[in-house]
Design a protein around this ligand. Structure first.
Ligand code: ADP
Ligand code: MG
Length: 237
C-alpha cells in the first residue's frame, strides 16, 4: 500500500533523512522506533506532504506517487496524520472538531457513517460530543485528534507519539482501540516512545537512527531483540 524508496529530507543543509526505504501492506500496523531527533516526525510529515522530500525520493501509495503533492491532496489520497501535540481546536466542541475532519472531498458523502464509526471506537466522544475540547484530559484530546483524522476516511493513519503526556490508564485505553481501527481496514504507521506497548499491537517495526533505517523486523522479534531491549526497553520502561 505504501512504498518508500531512497527517501531523503533536508532542512537547509541539515540532512534529517537519508536513503530511507520502507513498505507497508494494507491495514498493517507498523511502528517506527528511534531516539529524539532521529527523524521520525520528519518522516511522517514528509509522507503527509507537509515538508518536501529531496529530488530523487520515491513515495507511492496504492501505486500512485505522492511526491510533490501538497498536504490537502495527500489527504484526498487517503493518508492522514495526527501530529505530535494533536492539533485539535481547543475552543471548539468535540462534534465541531470531528466535523472539521470531514472536509476532505473523499469523506463528505460518508460523514454520517464515519461519525458513527468514530463514536463506536470512542464511546467517550459520543458522551461528550458537546464538550469544549480544551476542557478535556490529554487522553480524551488525543481521541478527538484520532477521531478527526478518521473523519477523512483514511486508508493509512499516521500517529506521531500519541501517548505523549497521557496518564498510563489512558495510554492503555488508546492502544486498546487501535487494533479495532485496523480491523476497520485502516493501516497504522505509529511513532512511539512507549516501545513495549506499541510493539505489542504492531505487526512490524523499523528502527531509525540519525535519519536512516538501521533495522526492521516482526514486532515480536524486535520486542525480544537484545539490542532493541537495551536501546529502548531499558531504563525508561
Ligand atoms: N523545521 C526544522 N528545521 C530545521 N531542522 C529541523 C526541523 N524539524 C526538525 N529538524 C531537525 O531534524 C532532525 C529530526 O527531527 P525530528 O524529525 O523532529 O525527529 P524525531 O521526531 O525523531 O524526534 C533533528 O535534528 C531536528 O533538530
Ligand atoms: Mg518527533
Amino acid at each position: 500500500m505504501l512504498e518508500i524508496r531512497d527517501f531523503a529530507v533536508n532542512y537547509g543543509k541539515h540532512e534529517a533523512l537519508q536513503g530511507v526505504s520502507l513498505a507497508m501492506g494494507e491495514a498493517e500496523i507498523v511502528v517506527m522506533l528511534g531516539a529524539n531527533g532521529a527523524g521520525k516526525s520528519t518522516l511522517l510529515k514528509a509522507i503527509a506532504g507537509i515538508v518536501p522530500a529531496r529530488p530523487g525520493s520515491s513515495l507511492s501509495f496504492s501505486g500512485q506517487s505522492l511526491i510533490g503533492l501538497p498536504a490537502h491532496q495527500v489527504l484526498e489520497k487517503g493518508v492522514a496524520l495526527v501530529p505530535e501535540g494533536r492539533g485539535v481546536f481547543p475552543d471548539l466542541s468535540v462534534a465541531e472538531n470531528l466535523s472539521l475532519g470531514a472536509y476532505a472531498r473523499r469523506a463528505r458523502s460518508g460523514e454520517r457513517e464515519n461519525l458513527e464509526r468514530v463514536f463506536q471506537l470512542f464511546p467517550r466522544l459520543a458522551e461528550r460530543r458537546r464538550q469544549v475540547v480544551g476542557t478535556m484530559s490529554g487522553g480524551e484530546q488525543q481521541m478527538v485528534a484520532i477521531g478527526r483524522a478518521l473523519m477523512s476516511a483514511p486508508r493509512l493513519l499516521m500517529l506521531d507519539e500519541p501517548s505523549l503526556g497521557l496518564a498510563p490508564v489512558l495510554v492503555e485505553e488508546l492502544f486498546g482501540v487501535l487494533p479495532a481501527v485496523r480491523r476497520s481496514g485502516v493501516g497504522l504507521l505509529i511513532v512511539e516512545q512507549n516501545v513495549r506497548l506499541s510493539l505489542s499491537i504492531a505487526d512490524r517495526g523499523y528502527l531509525i537512527e540519525a535519519g536512516q533505517i538501521v533495522g526492521e523486523g516482526a514486532a515480536l522479534h524486535l520486542a525480544n531483540d537484545p539490542a532493541v531491549q537495551q536501546a529502548f526497553l531499558g531504563a525508561t520502561q
